[in-house]
Design a protein around this ligand. Sequence first.
Ligand SMILES: *Cc1c(COP(=O)(O)O)cnc(C)c1O
Length: 381
Amino acid sequence: MNSTENINYEDLRAYREINLSNLKHNLLQIESLLNNNCKVMAVVKADAYGHGAVEVSKYLQSLGIMHFAVACIDEAIELRKAGIVGEILVLGYTPTSRKKDLIYYNISQTIVDINYAKELCENEGILDVHIKLDTGMNRLGTKIEDIEELIEIYKNEKLNIKGTFSHLSRADSLLEEDVNFTNSQIDKFYKIIDILEKSNIDVGKIHLQSSYGITNYKNLKCDLVRPGIILYGVSSIPYDKTLDELSLKPVLSLKTKIASVKVIHESETVGYGNNFTSNRDMKIAVATIGYADGYPRGLSRYDFKVLINGHVAKIIGNICMDQMILDVSNIENLKIGDTVTLIGEDKGGYISIDAISEVTNTINNETLTAIGKRVSKIYIK
Ligand SMILES: *Cc1c(COP(=O)(O)O)cnc(C)c1O
């Protein structure tokens, strides 16, 4: 299913084409913004935002990437078993009952707060950790009022401190209020690092920026950055212009097949419900993808379009769980098995992921990670 060679496109139902050259291009673009000693910690959580965590991480490893971040321990173990040798950091919470697995697989765990650190230290073994500081997002991380207790955590011999980090919650916005807030997060972070270092504590590698932090807050002194969405070549916010300087290239295309073509007469309805009625004789086609594959049902009835052989076809009726129906009246020579492009380029035509996320009122991160298990992954270079 995930093979790179000898792909038989005829066999596929619905698939995402993952362009590894574009991934490399995006990585080089990101690296061009970094100071000399700063390295990329590739964020490959949620199956690398739907691009396939194992394949993406292996490819990035072949390009020299030595730090990876995931959301949970099982994602980390999957990568270790697949041969990822660099550091793998779990950004989220791991139950302390799984400390043994963290140690066995040599995984770094985020210290989500002081109580968690204490609990982890109750169990046997020395664990690699990154300490997370809460600088204002109020999600995970230790509040900075607890400085004395925090110092105790750094000094605990059961924790091997590999890094210290925080997360910016509004780095994507250039509104004055948000920029001020972000700068206050950055100031807090470096102040606490300073206090810790003056107390002779080794804070390990420091890191603060995810995608928008990298582009909107350049030249921060740090050892790592944590790009996710921009590695995959798209913005979070649909049609966001703030990333334009990077000339990112989308890595993922989404495609499916034509299963059936038929002609219907004027005044016939199509699909579930009766919200589409033909106003003329028309040629329609069934495509083999639906909302269970992550293609949002919310696109139904927005005159949303797909591409077939370079032509535009409109989605009609409600998108079903496993299929959807297209108006192909204007497409000649349409054959069963022809490719339908839902995201990406087709003979000069192009449909961006932004178009989907805008209509469904979400961010590209969600559209990408919603793509379902049944959608095969094909890797091209
Ligand atoms: C998801 C995540 C990232 C990556 O975020 P992007 O906006 O996709 O770059 C970085 N750091 C943390 C803590 C995250 O949870």
